[in-house]
Write a protein that binds this ligand. Structure first.
Ligand code: RM4
Ligand code: MN
Ligand code: MN
Length: 430
């Protein structure tokens, strides 16, 4: 039996106050789209089947390496995080899966955890390994790297941890392992670029060999941080080369914050898809680097252009199109539930806008070198306010028309502040 955290009556009452306005807006948008040959109900159907996973580690207030400012009622363990993720999905209905991170989310009984999530209406997305931190009692330090470490025992420990994550994932029902390593250097000359990559590939191949047939290994590149001179899997080039070397189950994962400034991420998406290696996304936004800001808060146009490539890729699947979509954000100054509600709406909105691009007009303009009309095909879609479509999809699935309003009316966080133990001060995301 599913037992969702918020009162369905409260959501229904809030929706009732907005229902007439939504119907009007939806009908008006439907007429506008019909003039360009688009059936709004078709778009609604596509939006209704869209989903994006939320990260367990995004449910708590994040932190920087300087400080963390906790809020009363924030979750401190995976059970409380699941409950918060259930609130997000209950309201927005596009985030039905949670992506766990180990060992942060480790419990003694994963079968029970799977049931606990199911009772909250949640499933599981990619499992994430963590070889970028040392854990209490760990035999070998990752201070000098993990999968690429010079020390063979350290590499073995990192391999074993990843295999343990696969084993946990099998119990939860995941089918993806996401691997991001913090391996890299801070000084020129610190490590040999070629040999450290050799070691990484050798160790990653051992992890790859432990993947079940229907699993994927998603390689997440990141240009810098915590290593600031070089990283082992620094960019999409290193990532795709590693994925090609490892085999068909290895794919590349694009975290929107993991690139050099101003890099054309939408083009990277198209390139990875071209070679059958687009495995997934970590959605967030960034001004300078791996800022982990809320999706669409800084550069919503880039998010739209990424989805434009994704819709294009789906129409031209080559040897398959099945990227895993996930949010990866750090919420330092907001209630994480509110940030993920707002982000889920921004992400779904960009997907919806990308669906509205007149692809025939775009392709015809591209073929005839009509630059302005090609650009306008994108611009026209980007300028359409798709909010009524998103709201209709939410209501039909039992969610809220105005997600933030319903969340605040529920006073969920204030109630949790009474029940949950306070979070200690400190730095970092855990
Ligand atoms: C990294 C990267 C990974 C995430 C960690 C917490 O920067 O984005 O996806 O696992 O942060
Ligand atoms: Mn990430
Ligand atoms: Mn990151």
């Amino acid at each position: 039996m599913t037992q969702l955290p918020l009162s369905a009556d409260l959501i229904a009452e809030a929706n009732a106050r907005h229902a007439d306005a939504l119907d009007e807006d939806y009908a008006a948008l439907g007429r506008k789209l019909a003039r360009t040959g688009i059936d709004i109900d078709d778009v609604l159907g596509r939006v209704a089947s869209f989903s994006v996973a939320v990260p367990s580690w995004g449910a708590g207030r994040g932190g920087t390496r300087f400080a963390k400012f906790p809020i009363p009622g924030e979750p401190t363990n995976i059970h409380e995080k699941l409950e918060d993720c259930a609130v997000i999905n209950q309201l927005c209905r596009v985030t039905p899966r949670v992506s766990p991170h180990f060992p942060w989310d480790k419990v003694s009984d994963f079968a029970a955890l799977r049931e606990e999530a199911a009772a909250l209406g949640l499933g599981w997305d990619a499992v994430n390994s963590n070889t970028f931190q040392d854990q209490p009692g760990q035999a070998h330090t990752y201070a000098n790297g993990s999968l690429s470490a010079q020390d063979a025992a350290t590499r073995q420990q990192a391999v074993d941890h990843n295999i343990e994550c696969i084993e946990i994932g099998k119990q939860l029902g995941s089918t993806d392992l996401t691997v991001w390593v913090g391996d890299g250097t801070n000084f020129p000359g610190q490590q040999d670029f070629a040999r450290s990559l050799d070691r990484y590939l050798d160790a990653a191949a051992q992890v790859y060999a432990a993947l079940p047939d229907d699993w994927r290994m998603l390689l997440e590149h990141k240009m810098f941080e915590p290593a600031f001179y070089s990283t082992v899997i620094s960019d999409w080039g290193s990532s795709i080369l590693a994925a090609q070397e490892l085999g068909p189950k290895a794919k590349c994962l694009v975290d929107l914050g993991h690139h050099a400034p101003n890099v054309n991420i939408e083009q990277i998406v198209a390139r990875l898809h071209r070679f059958g290696k687009l495995g997934g996304f970590h959605f967030n936004d960034s001004k300078y680097g791996d800022d982990d800001l809320d999706s669409g808060s800084i550069n919503p146009h880039q998010l739209f252009l990424v989805f434009n490539e994704l819709v294009e890729a789906e129409l031209n699947p080559r040897d398959g199109f099945n990227p895993s979509y996930m949010i990866d954000q750090s919420h330092n100054v907001t209630d994480p539930i509110e940030s993920m509600l707002s982000s889920a709406e921004a992400i779904t909105g960009c997907f919806a806008k990308a669906l509205l691009v007149d692809r025939d007009a775009l392709h015809a303009a591209q073929e005839s070198n009509d630059t302005m009309m090609a650009f306008q095909a994108l611009r026209r879609a980007y300028n359409i306010d798709v909010a009524p479509i998103l709201a209709k999809a939410r209501v039909a699935a039992g969610g809220a028309i105005d997600v933030l309003e319903a969340y605040r009316l529920s006073q969920y966080r204030a109630r949790k502040a009474q029940e949950r133990k306070a979070v200690g001060l400190g730095a970092g995301i855990v």
